[in-house]
Design a binder for this molecule. Structure first.
Ligand code: HEM
Length: 407
């Protein structure tokens, strides 16, 4: 009895006590439960979807779904249900009743007692949603939502690629992110089924408030990224709008996802200096070669003894806006591990590269074409998965994400 009372007080503190009775919580009760420590929630509603320009969290679960139905009203119902669940979870609320007696719980419950941990859930539509004869949406397909071309050295596997709906789930607690993945998959079924998913950690930073973390090759990753505080750069390079995007995408963004394996069998065997020349930055400080501090400007023309300080085939030179007609992308990648590479007898790991932009035809595609052809890093990585999604603008309270397209 005492244990029950304690448990009840605990659930009550979380706003879950009503749910324990197996009833659907009144919206107000659930709202009242969302008392979270300051800074731990990222608002779900707003002009832009959270999880794009908001500061990167520590963990990701990425989920690609395939929609089984070809009926527009099913897609609408799916997005309504997923958006509603996402809004709840980002406030720290369960997606539905937890203690359901003889029925399976609606909310699976592994987040109970944890804070929302800045959970953000970002949705995007893959190109196949717009296929003629499917949902009747072909005339609404945005020009920038192209199928990505094949790049040199691509080794793509369909098991890691594509998807009708892409969902990027980020949180500072991996269990909170996993819970969202788990419950979104359950809610999506049977209208949509999981196609691929990947867990990640070790973010590419995108905020001046963050120290730049290291990727699994040991280099600081995110130094020259578009920062979430840089509104001018976000407006210019990230948020979709006229003339290239249709009105329903205004304020949205295009997400490109690449699962990139790191070939440690090669990388771990090259010299430290060669590693630094591969990226064009010092490994320990993160400074551009020839400079001292991480955030020192990149001087692409600087030379020493007649040689370019930042080599002609280095990653930061070839990815630089100077080589892309001034274009930039917002990177939001994560490291992942995948056990052992049985062929190479070393660890299998890599980067789930995620980037956002206004038009992939002018941003990701030309940059990646150049990198794949000439980047010294290409010898040490392999692109094994690929997907592209049009992420619509954010929803207002009472709306669902994608309403501007489907509503
Ligand atoms: C496993 C694959 C990759 C790794 C380990 C990696 C790592 C890095 C590192 C360490 C930097 C320098 C620090 C920084 O500014 O963040 C960097 C910069 C950058 N990377 Fe990558 N990268 C990878 C793939 C890609 C891909 C596929 C693209 C785009 C097609 C890309 C685009 C960029 C851009 C635009 C910059 C900033 C360049 C600048 O303006 O200085 N990277 N990357």
């Amino acid at each position: 009895m005492a244990i029950r009372a304690t448990r009840r007080r605990f659930l009550s503190a979380l706003g879950l006590a009503g749910l324990g009775l197996g009833a659907t919580a009144p919206a107000g009760a659930a709202q009242a439960g969302a008392t979270t420590a300051k800074g731990q929630t990222v608002p779900f509603f707003g002009p832009h979807q959270a999880g794009i320009a908001t500061p990167t969290q520590d963990y990701v679960e990425f989920l690609a779904l395939d929609v089984v139905s070809d009926v527009l009203s099913d897609l609408r119902a799916l997005m309504t249900s997923l958006s509603d669940a996402a809004a709840r979870m980002t406030r720290g609320q369960p997606v539905g009743p937890l203690q359901t007696g003889i029925s399976p719980p609606v909310d699976t419950g592994e987040q109970v007692g944890l804070s929302p941990s800045r959970l953000s859930i970002t949705f995007g539509f893959g190109p196949a949603i717009f296929n003629p004869g499917r949902f009747g949406l072909s005339s609404k397909r945005p020009g920038p939502l192209v199928r990505l071309p094949a790049f040199p050295n691509d080794a793509l596997k369909s098991a890691y690629s594509g998807g009708d709906i892409g969902i990027q789930i980020c949180a500072d607690d991996p269990q909170v992110a996993f819970h969202a993945l788990h419950d979104l998959i359950r809610l999506a079924s049977p209208t949509a089924l999981p196609r691929w998913s990947l867990s990640g950690f070790g973010k590419t930073s995108n905020s001046r408030t963050q120290q730049t973390p290291r990727n699994l090759m040991g280099f600081k990753d995110g130094t020259a990224n578009i920062m979430s505080e840089d509104t001018a750069a976000l407006n210019r390079f990230v948020w979709a709008g006229a003339p290239e995007s249709p009105a329903w995408m205004t304020g949205g963004s295009y997400m490109v996802v690449r699962r990139i394996a790191m070939l440690f069998i090669h990388w771990d065997g090259i010299g430290f200096d060669a590693q630094e020349r591969t990226f064009g930055r010092y490994k320990v400080s993160g400074a551009p070669l020839g400079e001292v501090h991480e955030h020192d400007p990149i001087r692409l023309n600087a030379r020493k003894n007649g040689h370019l300080r930042i080599p002609a085939d280095s990653h930061i030179r070839l990815a630089s806006p100077a080589y892309s007609g001034g274009q930039r992308i917002l990177r939001r990648g994560y490291s992942f591990t995948d056990g052992i590479d049985r062929n190479a007898l070393t660890t299998a790991a890599g980067q789930l590269f995620i980037c956002y932009q206004r038009d992939p035809r002018k941003q990701f595609i030309p940059i990646q074409r150049r990198l794949a052809q000439a980047d010294a890093l290409s010898a040490h990585i392999e692109h094994v998965g690929s997907a592209i999604f049009a992420c619509p603008p954010g929803a207002n309270p009472g709306e669902y994400v994608g309403q501007s397209l489907l509503g």
